[in-house]
Design a protein around this ligand. Structure first.
Ligand code: ADP
Ligand code: MG
Ligand code: MG
Ligand code: MG
Ligand code: MG
Ligand code: MG
Length: 664
């Protein structure tokens, strides 16, 4: 990972004739990989890791601009990490779509011990410190989902050509220079536009109407006409390894149902392109910003059938390739028709792919899952890496589709060849089946990012250990996703949630199949986030008490428990309103700013002050107890970002010595 293919990507007209090849061979590669993974009897340990995305901005007194030094900074960080790799704790730095962004992960996944849950925040803080140490004096790196000044006027710096209307995005407001320079990203952008029929992508978040917002102002925020508006939004993701494919698929389903609740609790993007939105979260905006559907596919008009495209470019596709899931992935046989009944939204599949998967012996649910990924076209094809790829050893073509189906959860199969063996260090071994949780918005502080990441992992442990299920019909999950983005959803909205988490008694054979208790309508109801977290009535225990019960059950030590309870309590406080969401905090900052005119407009100066404040909150230099539920963030400084050797070789000069001694 973090390695971008070296090569020349094909423009859409040249790619068109090769799409079918990649789609077909992507399926072959999946089947090969699936077979390999069937023959390896794995009982993988829990390993997990988070991903945090950062924005790099350059500030003056008046304005902040995105700083297009992301790749340069990432490379410098990667080199330094390399030099520090002998240390046990480190970070890894990954390129992101935006040239002003970087992504950081732990250098190695965390292990499956309770104490490992306490490593997360420390590693996140180390990442922030290391990133900070690479910045120029006038640069900042807040963990803001979006910089409110993005797309407004002259908002970028660090590159010669910053004119909008470039050949790649053809955006009226966003220059092509904001896209990461690796050709993959420009090609992705261009080909999405080309596949749509040459039309720009367009997101339209609803405008927040304030007391002085002009009556004739558009009801939506206009001009979000580039992929960068969405893919430039920062999130926090959590990936964890399952014992095997069954467990990974089960977790995939449970987390899909949990996703809207976590989106609501982490919502932190109330402002786009200099205008306050009437929504709090990024989801629909990203979804629109990478929507490559043809007019016929998404029903916005007519378009010609073209046999080179997936579904000839005319198969109806109800969703963008960035979306909540369309199908549960767990195979629920036997008496448990319920999972299948709960797959009650349209989930088109590629018939050819489906037939091939079934013929290869892949079960119904997994076949449908994969065949649904393959209703899309591959978007970036590299010359020399198409027919040349060996389907028995490589997974490039499968990964091509998999990595551009951006869903709330992702099922990651073991794409390696099973090398590494069972004897090697589990953290160095090739990954097994994993589930990635992708809905959460990045938080301003590492305390919050750690809390939500840890809470997610605890919920999965509870579900597996107590044999619970969160299944509700996917149509309700969709409804929840819409609600989750509304203003103050964390405290004001209700979500369809499963009220019967546990079956009465289940046999071993029924493990994972316990989702079938009760009639469909009885098993779920609408709950607030607080009820979901804290419990409701005498029938729904709540996720937080379950997490505590689980920690008690595994005999978690007191120190660890003390730390973990600050995380669980933060999540509870976000749901009760005792701690505000990032969106509320940002909205309040903007609307209370002296320059704000009650007209929904966020001026460059307000955007600048917000970015600086966010950066300082992240560093613990500006208290924000309302955000962290009272938790004080210990300050992070540039010093000590990299290990300092206890060196006896570094001999001070006479002058230095005098100066040093005078100081102490
Ligand atoms: P992507 O961007 O494709 O989601 P990344 O490599 O950026 O992937 O992040 C994946 C996360 O998964 C990282 O936090 C990493 O530490 C973690 N991870 C790596 N290997 C494993 C594994 N075997 N099991 C679980 N998580 C892992
Ligand atoms: Mg990543
Ligand atoms: Mg990404
Ligand atoms: Mg990322
Ligand atoms: Mg990821
Ligand atoms: Mg990624």
């Amino acid at each position: 990972k973090a390695v971008l293919t070296v090569g020349t990507p094909l423009n859409w007209p040249d790619a068109l004739d090769r799409l079918a090849y990649v789609r077909e061979h992507g399926i072959d590669q999946f089947i090969e990989m699936w077979r390999r993974s069937q023959t390896l009897t794995r009982d993988d340990d829990l390993l997990w890791g988070d991903e945090v995305e950062y924005a790099i901005l350059r500030v003056t007194d008046k304005q902040a601009k995105i700083s297009l030094r992301g790749p340069e900074i990432r490379d410098a960080l990667a080199t330094k990490e390399e030099a520090h790799s002998y240390r046990t704790e480190g970070c890894a730095w990954h390129p992101e779509y935006g040239r002003w962004m970087v992504e950081g992960t732990p250098s190695r996944p965390y292990g499956g011990y309770a104490a490992d849950l306490c490593r997360v925040e420390r590693n996140m803080r180390l990442r922030r410190r290391r990133l900070l140490s690479e910045l120029a004096e006038d640069e900042i790196c807040p963990t803001l989902v979006t910089f409110p000044g993005f797309g407004v006027g002259d908002f970028a710096t660090g590159c010669a050509d910053l004119a909008p209307n470039g050949p790649v995005a053809r955006s009226e407001s966003v220059p092509d220079a904001v896209i990461h320079p690796h050709p993959r990203f420009a090609t992705l952008t261009k080909n999405i536009r080309a596949r749509r029929g040459g039309e720009n992508v367009r997101a339209r978040p609803p405008r927040f109407v304030d007391t002085k917002t002009p009556r004739d102002a558009p009801t939506t925020i206009e001009g979000l006409d580039a992929m960068a508006y969405g893919m430039g939004a920062c999130c926090v993701q959590v990936t964890f390894q399952a014992r095997d494919s069954t467990e990974a698929r089960y977790c995939y389903d449970q987390l899909a149902a949990l996703a809207p609740v976590m989106l609501a609790l982490t919502a932190a993007s109330p402002c786009w392109r200099g205008v306050l939105a009437a929504t709090d979260a990024r989801w629909d905006i990203i979804s629109a910003s990478v929507d490559d559907r043809t007019p016929a596919e998404d029903g916005r008009g007519l378009s010609d059938s073209d046999d080179r495209l997936a579904g000839s470019g005319v198969r109806q596709l109800p969703r963008s390739r960035y979306s909540s899931i369309s199908r549960y992935a767990f195979e629920c046989d036997g008496p448990a028709g319920q999972v299948r009944r709960f797959c009650d939204v349209d989930a088109p599949i590629d018939e050819q792919a489906y037939n091939k998967l079934k013929a290869a012996g892949v079960d119904e649910a997994l076949s449908r899952h994969v065949a649904h990924l393959f209703v899309r076209d591959p978007l970036v094809l590299f010359e020399g890496l198409i027919e040349e790829v060996d389907d028995t050893t490589a997974t490039d073509h499968f990964d091509n589709l998999q990595s551009t189906n951006w869903n709330t959860v992702r099922l990651k199969p073991p794409t390696g060849l099973g090398i590494g063996g069972i004897d090697s260090n589990p953290a160095e071994r090739e990954p097994g089946w994993r589930t990635e949780f992708r809905p959460m918005e990045v938080q301003l502080t590492d305390f919050e990012n750690a809390a939500f990441s840890v809470f997610t992992v605890l919920v999965t442990r509870v579900i597996l250990a107590f044999d619970l299920s969160l299944y509700v019909p996917l149509s309700r999950v969709d409804a929840n996703m819409r609600r989750a983005q509304r203003m103050n959803a964390a405290t004001s909205e209700k979500f369809y949630f499963r009220r019967q988490l546990a079956p009465n008694e289940v046999s071993e054979a029924q493990k994972f199949v316990n989702c079938c208790g009760g009639d469909d309508d009885d098993v779920f109801e609408e709950m607030t986030c607080l009820e979901i977290i804290d419990g409701k009535g005498d029938y729904f225990p709540g996720l937080a008490p379950l997490a505590y019960a689980y920690l008690d059950h595994i005999g978690c030590d007191g120190d660890t428990l003390a730390r973990l309870s600050t995380y669980i309590e933060l999540v509870r406080k976000k749901a009760s309103g005792e701690a505000v969401t990032g969106a509320s905090w940002i909205r309040k900052f903007i609307t209370e700013h002296p320059e704000y005119q009650q007209d929904s407009i966020v001026s460059p100066k307000i955007a600048r002050d917000l970015a600086v404040a966010a950066h300082d909150v992240g560093l613990g230099l500006r208290p924000a107890p309302e955000l962290t539920g009272g938790q004080v963030i210990r300050p992070i400084t540039r010093s000590g970002a990299w290990d300092t050797r206890l060196s006896a070789d570094k001999i001070p000069t006479k002058e230095e010595r005098r100066e040093l001694l005078a100081r102490y």
